[in-house]
Design a protein around this ligand. Structure first.
Ligand SMILES: [Zn+2]
Length: 54
């Protein structure tokens, strides 16, 4: 069984994101792959839409 997290970019509403290390607070940082995104780097948080796929 494969389980992975699909994180949606809060700025561009795209799930085309990659992991980009950790922030200073230890949160997972992500990088949006969309070149048109105004702010491509973001941190995963509960205020953002996170979808769990199985
Ligand atoms: Zn984005």
């Amino acid at each position: 069984m494969t389980v992975w997290m699909a994180v949606e970019c809060p700025h561009y509403h795209s799930t085309d994101v990659i992991k980009h290390g950790k922030s200073g607070e230890g949160k997972q940082r992500y990088l949006c792959q969309n070149e048109d995104c105004p702010r491509r780097s973001f941190i995963r948080d509960y205020t953002y839409n996170i979808i769990l796929y199985r």
